[in-house]
Every structure is written in structure tokens, then in C-alpha cells.
Write a protein of this length. Structure first.
Lengths: 557, 298
């Protein structure tokens, strides 16, 4: 069936393509290839691949003509890179769509990505780095009946690997910009939104009553006045037991999530204060499935670091229960001042703190304790709802960091970062409680770039992480030479000199070089990668260690 | 315009929800006893597990709950696999987790089916869905069981044992119930239940956890017949001589010499708690078509 639909789309696509040649539509696309060889390296625990070389590749093709658009994506996993789920296997066209807009109504059939509000109740997206793609396959309508009122609704199934989950997802969303809709002249702009998502899946459980239609809804508010911006969203997911045959496996409690953010900004200064509280709020495209079926998104409340050692211990959102707050301050010291110098100095301060909700105890039918609860839980023997504020929540993650960016002269730019982090390795990596405890680290970064002459720049990163727990202390050095616009060369070494296991005090050296010309980019690398956690926006995956060559090609037209 | 609003309203209505009120558990009336005079479809649930895997007891409980619901039509097998979750702890941490439940065959099947690589617990129901959709989380087992129970059977298996102490003979009789063609293998294994030993369960270390259905040994994995053509009412008999001491020593040696971070502590078998599991699988699809279980000392 899947293949039939795909072939129909391809035939239609080719027909449209030939039509386009006569009617001046536009075709755009992009191509990505990532190839890696895997050698066995017992010291770092890297495994060899039977295939020697593994390969992921994608080609997107999009055709547009006026208000009409159609496209597809070819994906190839022969076989998938080791940090990808091995269920990505083979070739296929899992993404294809056609869409048109007429008189304010936008119709999309086939695959689409969609999000309601911040994603608390629904987010369909793809991130190749994470190996995540839960594209919808179905129908989506968007309509704006009057200025300032935006409606959308959709129905479909959510992608998992090369198939679709069993649940049928239905969703609606309405967003109203009051100023536009009511033609208000006020300086204060107010936008409100309401979303609703429901999943249908038949109840086949002979022992427990299960809801066949599971709903989640959210309300959001955005107020903007001058430099002030408030954004808030509250979501509830109704009873969604996994369909286990054991009473303790089925949680009938409602979930909820609250996000609140207040921003003030003016020229050279900005401050953002945020909080979120999440309680039993994971929503999946199928009952009783694993995390690749997740269809909602709770944004993380920690800074997304790009420097390697700052991101060594990243925070992953705990959807079963967490309370977090964060403050970001940006300030630019003016040019010509004592600290600002000739070009000014940019300072960014960030503090985030993520804790558990009030913990509970799970009981069985005999009233014996059978486990600990991290969020709301309800079945025939339990009805636990954590307090809104927990006085004794255990620490999941804490990060306090200060970044200073300074352009010293026309040739030299420097960035310095100092940070202190606390990372609950047991919770954030799903380990048995008490195995590792909290890893506390102090990190310092120096990033200096020097423009040797026109088109020639050298950049050096020196990073240091001091820690007793986890894998102990690390040092990292990176040197990068860029000859713009075509070439770059980089060598980096991560050294785990502080590992308590002397046999693991290892160097992870990587060498890369790349060539860019026009829309094409080729990068070749060789080196060792450590096993670790890779996160994007609080969504994380475990990455195995590896040793080998890599080739990355990207191109667009 | 009116039509569009109607359409949006319609979609709004269909995005409805069900709120279930307790009590949530339904009285299923217990298990209907099997008619032992005829063959019925039986299902093997292979539960890949480890004694230091904190979520694995939840899978074992799910397996028992499915067994409670469908009775002896459900046969369980627990395969302790992976260095991360099933290796014994160093002796410096005694008495916790000193036993090594791992077996050569558990490792081979784990490698073949790629279960622990994605995380434990994980399992298979009759190995349906191989090669891409066979690995199931515990909460997916029930749906697969319901589908499997609907299938017709082509094979009937009966097991008889004749043991004296730790030695004896196991006989597997396979009756062909339909005229069929195919490439099938017969597997015969030993499992043991009621093993009291350590198990991580959530944040707790349970000293006297009852381990059930633990795979102990593979006795045979061979073609069901030299022919690929089977006729209704054909009877195929396979006889296997068993020496538990030899098999036990094999596992001890495996733990000592081959398994990653093993310690040789794989003995202490109790023949009274052991079962014979025999199943027939399709060599092409890996699907297990029929399975039977009997106590070793019946």
C-alpha cells in the first residue's frame, strides 16, 4: 500500500515536472550524504561494522508554481550509521506531498510537519542528527477567514522509521491576533491560541478499560509591549494508559505542562526569565510504544551549548515530571568605554536549574510499595498528584555560565566562557538510581580567531572540564584553518586525562578538511568519537563510540 | 466560506476524547482450561532481560499477566543478555549480583535479533515481524499475542521425558495437521524457574527475587525433516539424550571463559524446576509456528 501511494506520487510528480518545463514552475532541492567507516577499537569500545562502511543519504525535491507545491524526499540507509536506530534500513520515499492555496485556504495532502503552540501537545518534525522523523501522512487544512484569525486542522498517521504508527491523530488549532482581528491601534499586541489533539486507537485489552480517543489540549497567550514580551502556554493530556495487562503498568492520570517566559530587550541589553513545570506529559502516536513514537515536545529549559565540553553533560527534558527555571541576560558594553574598548564587548549570563517534582510511592493491590513515582499516577490502587511546588525536589540539572565575546582588533576576536554544571547522570541517562549520582563540573573555554590575511583565518579553541564524577576531567584543543571561500582544515583532540580508570585516560583525535564551491560542500574526516549523549533542544540520544573515516557531502539547487 | 467553517467544525468534533472512570480492571472470569485432547495454538514470548536491568521485572510481570489471562497457551522464556545488564558484579560487591544467567545461545539469539542493542527489556512474540518489526517493548506483547492466537496451526507438538536423576531422554513428537511445504526447524531447549537470586527492580535491589523461565540450554536446533513436504497425519519423532551435569558445566565454562566479565557462577541447577520447551520455526521468516512446554520431570 505504502509503495503504491509512493509510485502514484512519483508519477504525478514527473507529470507535474514535465508540465513545469512549459509553464515556468520552479524546482529546488538539496542532497545530503553521510558515510562512515567503522573499525574495531577495543580501548574505546568501538565496534566494527560488518559492512565496513555505513551510509545515510537524503534528497529533497520541491516543485512550486504559484500557489501550488509538491515534493518528495528519497532516503537511503545502506545500512544506517551506527548512531541511528537499525530500524532505518533500506531505500524509500517516505515523504511526499502536494499542496495548494486558494482564497486563503491552504490544502496539503500526503506528508507534512506541523506543530501546535510550543509543541506541548503536538509536534511533528524531523532532525536527521537525532535520527528523529515523525512526519504526518494525511490531510492538513489551514485557513484565515479574516485578518488576524488563523485556523488549522489536520488528520493523519505519524511516521516511525519506514512505517506509520497505529494511532490516528486528529488536531485543530486556532490563533487570534486580537490587534489585527479587532483592528486595535493599541501599542500592546495580544495573541491567543487554543489547540486540541486527539489520538484514536482501538481498545483490544481484555483486562483493562482503555480510552480509545485520547485528547490533549493547550491554551497559549502572547503579550507584546515595546521591549516586553510575555509568552505562556498551559497544556493537559487526558488519561492515556499504555495498555499493559498489569495494574501498575497502566497510568490513568491526566498529564499537564506549563510554560511561562518573560522577556525584556532594548538596544544592547536583554533579559529572559523562564519557567516550566511538566507532569506526566509524554504523548505518543501509539499506545504502549517507545520513545520513537513521541508526538509532542517539551522544550528544554537549559542553554543549548555548542562548545564540546560545555555540552558533554546535556540536559534532557524529563516528561514524567520536572520543574525548571532559567534566566538569560545579555549585555553589550558600549564602544569606547573602559571595558568596551574600540568595538564593544558582549556579555551573556545564563542560569538554569531543573529539579524533580514531589516524589510519590506506587502501591500494588496488596498495598505493598512497588516503586517510586516521578509524576502523577492513577490506577485502582493509587491516586497521586504531586504538589505544584516541591520543596524537596531532587536536582536533575544545574548550569551557571558566563560568556564574554570581544573583538580585540580587526584581526583578533575572542570568546571566553566559564561555567559550573551539575548533572544527575542516573536520571538523565536512565541509569539505576545511585549508580553514578550527580556529576559536578567546572568548565572553561577560550576561543580565539586570528585573521592572518584576507581569506586566511586560524581559530583555536582550548577547553577544560574539571570533574570528580562521571568520566572525570577532560581537556580539549581544536585548531582550524580556513581559506575562504573554498577550504577548511581542522584538527582536534579530546583527552580524558582525569578518568578514574587509568586504562580509559584516552585521546580522541579527529582530523577534518573540507572543500566548498558554490552550493556544494565536501568534508572528509578521520578520528575517534567517544560514546556519549547527543541532544537537540532537550531531545537526546545515546551515541556509541566509533573509530573510522567519514565523508559528508551536501549540495543544493 | 460556509463549507469551510463546517469542515473545520466537523474536524473539531471528531477530535473527541474518552475519559475512563475506575475501577479500571475488568473481571475476565479466569482462564478457560485447555482441552488437552486437541492441539491449540501456543505462543512463545522471549523476554530478553538482565538481573541489573531496573525495568526488566516490569516485563516479567507483563509476561506473567499475559500467562494469567491465556493460561498454558502462553509459554515464556527469559534470556539474560548483554554485558551492561546481565554480567555478574565483581566479587568485591558480593553478595549482590554474583550469579551469571547468561548462555551461549542467549547471546547468539540476541546478536541475531538485535534486542539488547536497542535497550532492555525487549522481547519477541513468536519472532513475528523479523527482520524489522520483531523487537517489541513489553507493552506491545499483548496486541501481538491476540493476533497470533487467531492463527490456525499446522503442527502439534507433544513432549515426553524419562529422567533418572540428572540423566535421561526427551522425546518430541510432531504431528502434521495440514498438507504443507516449507523449510522448518525444530528447537528444543531447557529452562528453569523458581531460581531465587538478586534482581534490580526500579531503585531496589531484591535479594530473593524469583527468576522464572530462564533459558539454561539449547539441546537441538535442526531441520524438522529432510523433506520440505509434509502430509497431514505424518508423525515425526525426535529423541534427545540429556545429561544435566554436562550441560551445566558447559554454561559454567562459557561464563568463565567466553562471556564478557563472566565469573563461572552459572551452576546450581535444580532439575525439579526445569522445563523442556520445544518449538518449530520457519527458516525463511524466523516465525515460530508452534511451541510446547513440559516439566522435565513429569
Amino acid at each position: 500500500m505504502f509503495k503504491k501511494i509512493t509510485y502514484t506520487f512519483i508519477v504525478s510528480f514527473l507529470a507535474i515536472n514535465s508540465l513545469a518545463q512549459n509553464n515556468s514552475g520552479e524546482i529546488h532541492g538539496d542532497f545530503d550524504l553521510n558515510m562512515q567507516s567503522y573499525q574495531e577499537d577495543e580501548i574505546i569500545g568501538a565496534k566494527a561494522a560488518d559492512e565496513i562502511i555505513l551510509n545515510n543519504a537524503y534528497l529533497n525535491i520541491n516543485y512550486t508554481k504559484g500557489d501550488f507545491a509538491a515534493g518528495l524526499r528519497y532516503e537511503s540507509y545502506l545500512n544506517a550509521l551506527m548512531d541511528f536506530d537499525e530500524n532505518y534500513k533500506g531505500n524509500g520515499i517516505p515523504f511526499r506531498y502536494a499542496a495548494y492555496t486558494i482564497d486563503g485556504l491552504e490544502v496539503t495532502v500526503g506528508n507534512y510537519y506541523e506543530q501546535i503552540g510550543s509543541g506541548l501537545i503536538f509536534r511533528s518534525y524531523e532532525n536527521k542528527g537525532l535520527g528523529a522523523d515523525n512526519a504526518m501522512d494525511g490531510i492538513r487544512l489551514k485557513y484565515s477567514p479574516i485578518k488576524g484569525v488563523y485556523l488549522k486542522s489536520f488528520i493523519g498517521k505519524s511516521r516511525t522509521y519506514f512505517t506509520y504508527a497505529e494511532g490516528i491523530i486528529r488536531g485543530t488549532d486556532a490563533e487570534v491576533n486580537l490587534n489585527e482581528a479587532l483592528n486595535l491601534k493599541s501599542k500592546t499586541r495580544i495573541i491567543i491560541g487554543q489547540g486540541l489533539v486527539s489520538r484514536f486507537q482501538a481498545d483490544i485489552n481484555p483486562k483493562f478499560k482503555l480510552p480509545q480517543n485520547v485528547a490533549a489540549y493547550s491554551t497559549r497567550l502572547n503579550i507584546i509591549n515595546g521591549g516586553w514580551n510575555y509568552s505562556g502556554e498551559y497544556a493537559i493530556k487526558l488519561n492515556d494508559p499504555v495498555g499493559s495487562l498489569t495494574s501498575e503498568g497502566n497510568n490513568y492520570a491526566n498529564g499537564n505542562a506549563l510554560m511561562s517566559s518573560l522577556t525584556y530587550s532594548k538596544r544592547g541589553f536583554g533579559i529572559v526569565a523562564e519557567m516550566h513545570r511538566v507532569d506526566h506529559m509524554e504523548f505518543r502516536s501509539e499506545r504502549a510504544q517507545e520513545k520513537q513514537y513521541i508526538i509532542n515536545y517539551i522544550p528544554t529549559l537549559t542553554k543549548q551549548h555548542t562548545y564540546t565540553l560545555l555540552a558533554l553533560y546535556p540536559s534532557a527534558t524529563q516528561t514524567e515530571g520536572e520543574f525548571g527555571n532559567q534566566i538569560d541576560i545579555f549585555y553589550k558594553i558600549k564602544k569606547g568605554s573602559l571595558l568596551g574598548g574600540k568595538y564593544g564587548t558582549k556579555i551573556t549570563f545564563n542560569l538554569s536549574n531543573i529539579k524533580s517534582l514531589e516524589k510519590g510511592v506506587k502501591y500494588n493491590a496488596e498495598n505493598n510499595e512497588v516503586g517510586e513515582l516521578s509524576g502523577s499516577f492513577k490506577n485502582d490502587y493509587n491516586d497521586f498528584t504531586p504538589e505544584f511546588f516541591s520543596k524537596d525536589g531532587s536536582l536533575y540539572f544545574k548550569d551557571i555560565n558566563l560568556e564574554v565575546y570581544k573583538k580585540i582588533n580587526k584581526k583578533i576576536r575572542a570568546t571566553g566562557v566559564i561555567a559550573k554544571q551539575s548533572y544527575n547522570k542516573d536520571v538523565l541517562e536512565g541509569k539505576t538510581p545511585g549508580t553514578y549520582g550527580i556529576v559536578k563540573s567546572t568548565i572553561a573555554i577560550a576561543d580565539i580567531s586570528y585573521k592572518i590575511k584576507k581569506g586566511h583565518t586560524v581559530r583555536v579553541e582550548l577547553q577544560e572540564l574539571l570533574a570528580d564524577g562521571g568520566e572525570g576531567s577532560w581537556s580539549m584543543g581544536l585548531a582550524e584553518y580556513t581559506i575562504s571561500p573554498h577550504w577548511f582544515f581542522a584538527v582536534q583532540d579530546m583527552y580524558n586525562w582525569g578518568n578514574h580508570d587509568v586504562s580509559k585516560q584516552l585521546h580522541y583525535v579527529n582530523i577534518n578538511f573540507g572543500y566548498l564551491k558554490g552550493a556544494n560542500r565536501i568534508e572528509i574526516g578521520y578520528g575517534k568519537k567517544r560514546a556519549g549523549i547527543f541532544c537537540v533542544g532537550g531531545v537526546c540520544k545515546e551515541v556509541p563510540s566509533s573509530n573510522g573515516f567519514s565523508l559528508a557531502i551536501s549540495s543544493s539547487f | 466560506m460556509k463549507n469551510i467553517i463546517t469542515l473545520f467544525s466537523f474536524i473539531l468534533i471528531i477530535t473527541s476524547c474518552d475519559v475512563v472512570e475506575g475501577p479500571y480492571e475488568i473481571d475476565t472470569g479466569g482462564v478457560i482450561p485447555l482441552d488437552t485432547n486437541t492441539y491449540v495454538k501456543k505462543i512463545l514470548i522471549e523476554d530478553f532481560t538482565g538481573h541489573t536491568c531496573q525495568n526488566c521485572p516490569g516485563a516479567a510481570r507483563e509476561l506473567e499477566a499475559i500467562h494469567d489471562l491465556y493460561g498454558d497457551q502462553i509459554i515464556g522464556m527469559a534470556l539474560h543478555v548483554s554485558k551492561a545488564f546481565a554480567r555478574p558484579y565483581p566479587s568485591s560487591q558480593a553478595p549482590k549480583y554474583q550469579y551469571d544467567f547468561r548462555t551461549k545461545w542467549g547471546k547468539e539469539w540476541d546478536d541475531l535479533f538485535g534486542i539488547s542493542g536497542i535497550g532492555l527489556p525487549g522481547g519477541m512474540v513468536n519472532r513475528i515481524g523479523y527482520p524489522n518489526e520483531h523487537r517489541l517493548g513489553k507493552d506491545e506483547w499483548l496486541a501481538r499475542v491476540i493476533t497470533e492466537l487467531e492463527k490456525e496451526i499446522d503442527f502439534g507438538i507433544s513432549i515426553t521425558t524419562n529422567m533418572t536423576g540428572t540423566e535421561g531422554v526427551i522425546t518430541i513428537n510432531t504431528e502434521i495437521l495440514n498438507n504443507i511445504n516449507g523449510d522448518y526447524n525444530l528447537v528444543v531447549c531447557l529452562s528453569e524457574s523458581n531460581i531465587i537470586n538478586w534482581q534490580k527492580d526500579g531503585s531496589e535491589d531484591i535479594e530473593d527475587y524469583e527468576h522464572n523461565h530462564a533459558l539454561r540450554s539449547l539441546l537441538s536446533d535442526e531441520n524438522l525433516s529432510v523433506s520440505s513436504s509434509y502430509s497431514i497425519s505424518d508423525n515425526l519423532e525426535k529423541t534427545i539424550s540429556v545429561n544435566l551435569s554436562t550441560l551445566e558445566q558447559f554454561n559454567i565454562n562459557y561464563s568463565q571463559n567466553t562471556a564478557e566479565l563472566g565469573n563461572g557462577n552459572s551452576g546450581g541447577w535444580d532439575a525439579l524446576n526445569m522445563s523442556v520447551i520445544a518449538y518449530i520455526y520457519d527458516n525463511t521468516t524466523q516465525e515460530i509456528l508452534q511451541v510446547e512446554e513440559a516439566h522435565l520431570n513429569n
